[in-house]
Design a protein around this ligand. Structure first.
Ligand code: ATP
Ligand code: MG
Length: 353
């Protein structure tokens, strides 16, 4: 017998989709199926309720297909989607914005940058913890769906959990900070491909299908640049403000201006600029060396008519803290970097009273 779409689909029809009573075929999860001789490649778009669902399903599909006589090789790629809440019994009017789906959240503050790798995620994580230390209730949403990092950086203990309605309880980090990141649901080495409508839906689910509860602040860590995610967020959520992170080099500053222009066009308030990696304090003698040039953030802030919320020095503890989930604000509260983050949090709080 030769291998055909039909025989493969029959096998997949025997496997249950996560959380449902339907098979993978009935639930419409098969996005791409290619058969080449004895090799089968397929993409499954499935709702994941727990991070472990992805691997369990992959193993199940691989085992079932490999058991077919004609199959020599199986490549399964899984595109995880957040579970959707079950349909309401009575039709409810569509909320006007996603913010209506999170009535307990008082302020949403986004952290953006024109350029990648300048420290948005580091600033987001430490700003969230600094606000929590100040006494606010805080959540952090990692909206960098292409390169999520907060599942690691925030020091969350445990994974997010789904409830019986398919809504997600965020993970919890020290200080009671709630964390949600797509990184909890995907393998770090698995590229996630997002098309327009899927991206929009995934982001919307981050707001509507998550138990954020009562929060003074929801910090949103954005992907770099002025792409789809930032645009979609600004168009759907009234932001209390945006923090733009930059490094002191001129090239980064040009990109910071681009970011600012986008937010201004979208009528989103920019709270100010955070200058990151602004200098290196010698641990031996305390001398501050401005590796990337001095005062760039302050100059840009002045040129753009924005407040400089703070300057965070280069600190090796930040790299280690980021990689091990030990934010410097919590781990080394007396360091100049942690003090800078506390000051930034104070200014953000004052600007968004
Ligand atoms: N002030 C700092 N001192 C030392 N290292 C830092 C500092 N800020 C950030 N880093 C390190 O630089 C790297 C990039 O930081 P981060 O991931 O926060 O940037 P990002 O802007 O979120 O990146 P991306 O655009 O990829 O999302 C990380 O390894 C981080 O630990
Ligand atoms: Mg990041």
């Amino acid at each position: 017998m030769t291998l055909t779409n039909q025989t493969v689909l029959e096998t997949l029809n025997e496997i249950e989709a996560p959380g449902g009573k339907q098979s993978l075929v009935q639930a419409g999860t098969i996005r791409d199926l290619e058969i080449d001789g004895s090799s089968v490649r397929l993409v499954l778009a499935v709702q994941v309720f727990q991070p472990s669902d992805v691997e369990t399903l992959r193993t199940r599909v691989e085992t079932a297909l490999q058991a077919m006589d004609e199959v020599a090789e199986v490549v399964v790629r899984i595109q995880p989607m957040m579970p959707m809440a079950s349909a309401p019994r009575q039709p409810e009017p569509e909320p006007a914005t996603w913010a209506d789906k999170i009535p307990g959240v008082k302020r949403v503050v986004a952290v953006a940058s024109g350029k990648g790798g300048v420290g948005k995620s580091t600033v987001s994580a430490n700003l969230a913890h600094a606000l929590a230390k100040t006494g606010f209730t805080v959540g952090l949403l990692d909206a960098d769906i292409y390169g999520p990092s907060q599942q690691l950086m925030m020091g969350a203990t445990g994974d997010p959990m789904g409830d019986e309605d398919g809504k997600i309880f965020p993970a919890s980090a020290p200080g009671g900070v709630k964390v949600l990141s797509f990184g909890f649901f995907v393998d770090a080495d698995q590229p996630v491909i997002w098309r327009g409508p899927m991206l929009q839906k995934a982001l919307e689910q981050f707001f509507g299908d998550v138990h954020w509860g009562e929060l003074d602040y929801l910090i949103v860590d954005l992907p770099p640049g002025t792409g789809d995610v930032s645009l979609t967020l600004c168009q759907n959520v009234p932001l209390a403000g945006t923090v733009i992170v930059t490094t002191p080099q001129d090239v980064a500053l040009i990109d910071a201006r681009k970011g600012l222009n986008m937010f201004t066009k979208l009528e989103t308030r920019v709270l100010g600029i955070v200058e990151n990696m602004s200098g290196f304090e010698c641990p031996e003698c305390g001398h501050l060396e401005h590796i990337f040039g001095a005062g760039g953030g302050a100059r840009t802030a002045e040129e753009l008519g924005l407040p400089l919320l703070g300057s965070v020095p280069l600190d090796p503890a930040i790299v280690i803290g980021g990689d091990t989930g030990a934010p410097v604000v919590l781990e080394r509260p007396d360091s100049p970097a942690a003090r800078a983050f506390m000051e930034i949090a104070e200014k953000v709080a004052a600007a968004t009273k």
